[in-house]
Design a protein around this ligand. Sequence first.
Ligand code: SF4
Length: 268
Amino acid sequence: MGEENHQDPIPGIVLPVTVKRPSPLLLDGNENLKRNGILQWTIPAWAGKMDDGTRYNTCPSAGECVKICYARTGNYVRFPGVRKRHQENLRFVLEDLAGWEKAMLAELARPKMIGKYVRIHDAGDFFSAEYTAAWLRIMRQRPQTTFYCYTKEVLLFKELVEPDPPANFKWCYSLGGKHDQLLDLETDRVCDVFPTEAAVWEAGWFSQEKNDLLAVEGPAPVGMGANNIQHLKKLQGGRRLSEMQREADEAKRVRDARRPGRRSTGPS
Ligand code: SF4
């Protein structure tokens, strides 16, 4: 962790509050990422309350994925250290976006970052235009590193990223979000969560199991088998995540149609 600045109080003078920020910002990820030399940046998943009561929503376009989100269970919530670190990362972005951007740029300037891949978000997503714009500036200034992500922020990417993406940025739209219906499965790079790894291949999709980079560098469409977390598998019920989303969208459409004077506003 970064060092806290300690200053003796001077009578009558209010010194700026110094905040301890996480360092380094990029860490080794899970086994798949570590094995393939990929570093990652992460924030907490979905919506919640930080330990100090600050509310957040880091996945505004999440849909049915919320129900089977591995980042909302297991090690992510069981270990206070992991939870604390995710919150510290998010706090840095929310409280001092310019400072965070500067710190990220400094870290990426290290010689060891040349030729490296960075996965943006093991959990969470591009939750605002400002945060996304900061990442795009960082990428343009660090062309020797390649950045990639999975995202459900389809609208934001179509508007902010797709018109002029940095050459060193690759992404895969992950199905199971509020805006799945805006994706063209023929032209957009997409991934889906299947009930098993075998089901990925049976459907003629391409697994990223051996190397997470296949999600953006390998053939598409991309599939991944569900994590082996029994209660989440039960919720998924043998369906693909995209199927869960379609069912939820249809149920909402029917509900909306039954309410007098109310037109469907699209997916839940
Ligand atoms: S967008 Fe990703 S991190 Fe967020 S709730 Fe869905 S699966 Fe979890």
